[in-house]
Design a binder for this molecule. Sequence first.
Ligand SMILES: [Zn+2]
Length: 193
Amino acid sequence: MTGKTHIAIGTAAALYLLPAAGVRVEPLMLAGAVLGSLLPDIEHPKAMVNSKILPIKSKSMLVIMSAAAGILLILGGLADKSLLKQLIGVYILIAGQSSHRTFTHSLLGLSSIVYISYQLSVYRGFQGFAAGLAVGTALHILADSFTSGGVSLLYPLYNKRIGFPIAMKTGGLTERVIFIISLIVAVISIMSF
Ligand SMILES: [Zn+2]
């Protein structure tokens, strides 16, 4: 599934679900949803989320850069006594080393992002951004579970990919239909505010 489709699904879900939960629609909420929609693919060197960051789009470059960024954040977090920085550092460190659709596409990875979102919301005041981030990440994992590859949802306890595959080619007709439906849901949600 392309990054564009993930963004459409994640932002549509955030616009549809979050106002009902009392979250105000604001640019930061949408920014969180876009980031969450792309974040689980951080372990893939050619993913949209890495396209502007990696100087060379190879897994070894990703492993080195994510290790450096993760360790710097963990050390910075220990120096500042910031649990949030340490958590983000650990997530980036593990994500960069892991295989495609394992840690970041698992319940463990999702729980990590939900906990980071909780920290952002309760201790930093970014409620909208945090809610968007959690919904975007959850919808990314759900959407990938409908692709033929599936996701390692129970990683590291059970490494086999799990899913409800429907015949869907990346960028194919089914994906384009899902993209258009997501846009319609987003527009209807915005109009109903
Ligand atoms: Zn993915």
